[in-house]
Design a protein around this ligand. Structure first.
Ligand code: BG6
Length: 486
């Protein structure tokens, strides 16, 4: 079913995000018949460029990122007719009258402004959208992380946007929330009666969340070095995943119902600061090593500097200090240039209280629910099962195994396809509210400060491994191990 007619203005339309994600996502949705004939996309950037030049840039980006089976037919040309281009200066007034003129024929449509630019331009762009009369009382604005680099800067940024757009029209993207498997967390927890009665400290021993990447920072080293893994991934994606695992069942999927519950989790996180950061956190930085494609450089070589202490890996032990989760460790781990690319949530249940089986028939291992977010998306529930055979009982640990690819023979849409259309639909459920972003910084800031004050150097790890050995010690000290095999 097509969404309502809209005009989407993308600032930073020639940049990396627009080319890799936004244009391909919009094309995919158009190909699937979800864009109405009146959907218009206006690219805005600082560089002088004709509409034809922008269209050929968009064509190249789509051909590069979308399978040839979709780009070979007439659909791509039809999609490109929706595009327009305006040159405008985000920090000056040049070009804004042209933008207003380009938007004005679409006055009857839903208006969306997507700020795919560097964050320091969010404030100036919103201000000009206001000054030039482009922010109507129903237009929406979309921004993406990094939303600040600490609590103070996030508050300033949110305030600058809030001067022009009220909160119910601000869409803060965390693209992890748009991933099919992340949305499935809510289905798994709240559309099944099986898990919820066990979903608490009485039955769950611990939770592990791993987001491992095999790639390094490569050409993003400039940005990455100002952020590091904590700001780049933990403050947003990992904490959002933790919230979806730990939150109370919301009364509905209404945006504020879900976001209220996530906020409570963020506020319940036990503080980590100078007193306990050394024992609860590990930061690492990769050195040269090997990945599947062969030898790879270390972080400092990619950056071209020997001085950086930026972390490319973080492992930490968090706790949600509330009635449901008291005492249950949430081990989080994220890093670049790790052994493989895998994002996974492992819920480790407590062992059975008593075994009726003798040790000879095999050890009873605790149940484990493994939610594989990517790749090979799926859900596995590890159970103890009797080995078939006439010779008496022998026990095995075997998964009930659901693979998305096998169960649903459809393409998994990219997160941006879902999220952009949700903006047009006016559905904020999968977007972060201002207070959530700020609560996440409120927890992260003292950790960053502790690292600074303790002069915690990142521990070196070899590219292609599972990170510094200290991260293994972090969990093994508690008598547990990271699960790397599903
Ligand atoms: C981005 C981070 O938000 O997420 C990147 O800035 C990271 O550093 C990326 O590589 C990972 O996203 P995905 O969807 O590939 O898991």
């Amino acid at each position: 079913i097509p969404v309502a007619p809209f005009v989407l203005t993308v600032f930073g339309a020639t940049g990396d995000l627009a080319r890799r994600k936004l244009l391909p996502a919009l094309f995919h949705r158009d190909f699937a018949g979800q864009l109405p004939p009146e959907a218009t996309i206006i690219g805005v950037a600082r560089g002088a460029m004709t509409r034809e030049e922008f269209v050929s840039l968009a064509r190249a980006a789509i051909v590069e990122h979308v399978p040839a089976s979709e780009t070979a037919g007439p659909e791509l040309d039809r999609f490109l007719t929706r595009l327009n281009y305006v040159t405008a200066d985000a920090e000056g007034d040049d070009g804004w009258a042209d933008l207003a003129a380009a938007i004005s024929p679409c006055a009857d449509r839903i208006q969306v402004y997507y700020l795919a630019t560097a964050p320091h331009l969010f404030g100036p762009i919103c201000e000009r959208l206001g000054n030039f009369g482009l922010a109507r009382n129903d237009s929406r604005v979309v921004i993406e992380k990094p939303i600040g680099k600490d609590l103070a800067s996030a508050i300033r940024l949110n305030a600058a946007i809030g001067k022009v757009f009220p909160e119910e029209r601000v869409y803060r993207i965390d693209h992890y929330l748009g991933k099919e498997t992340v949305q499935n967390l809510m289905a798994l927890r709240f559309a099944n009666a099986l898990f919820e009665p066990l979903w608490n400290a009485a039955h769950i021993d611990h939770v592990q969340i791993t987001v491992a990447e095999s790639l390094g920072v490569e050409e993003r080293a400039g940005y990455y070095d100002t952020a590091g893994a904590m700001r780049d991934m933990v403050q947003n994606h990992l904490l959002q995943l933790l919230c979806l695992v730990a939150m109370e069942p919301p009364p509905s999927l209404d945006a504020d119902a879900v976001r209220d519950e996530k906020l409570k989790v963020l506020r319940a996180l036990k503080p980590i600061d100078e007193r306990n950061a050394a024992s609860l956190t590990v930061r690492g930085q990769y050195r040269a090593g090997a990945s599947a494609g062969g030898a790879v450089s270390g972080y400092l070589d990619e950056l071209g500097s020997n001085l950086s202490q930026t972390e490319t890996f973080v492992a930490l032990k968090a706790e949600v200090a509330n009635w449901r989760w008291a005492g249950v460790p949430f081990y989080l781990r994220i890093g670049k240039r790790l052994a493989t690319r895998v994002s996974e949530i492992v819920v480790g249940f407590r062992p059975v209280p008593h075994s009726a089986f003798s040790e000879q028939v095999g050890q009873i291992r605790p149940n484990r629910l493994v939610i594989r977010l990517q790749p090979d998306e799926g859900v596995k529930l590890w159970l103890m099962i009797k080995d078939p055979g006439p010779g008496g009982i022998r026990l095995s640990h075997v998964p009930l195994d659901m693979s998305f690819a096998e169960a649903f023979k459809v393409r998994n849409p990219d997160a941006y396809e879902r999220l952009i259309l949700d903006v047009v639909r006016g559905n904020q459920t999968l977007f972060m509210r201002r207070d959530e972003v700020e609560a996440a910084w409120r927890w992260v800031d003292p950790i960053l400060e502790a690292w600074r004050n303790l002069n915690e150097q990142p521990r070196p790890y070899t590219a292609g491994t599972w990170g510094p050995s200290a991260s293994i010690a972090l969990i093994e000290r508690d008598g547990r191990t990271w699960q790397e095999d599903g």
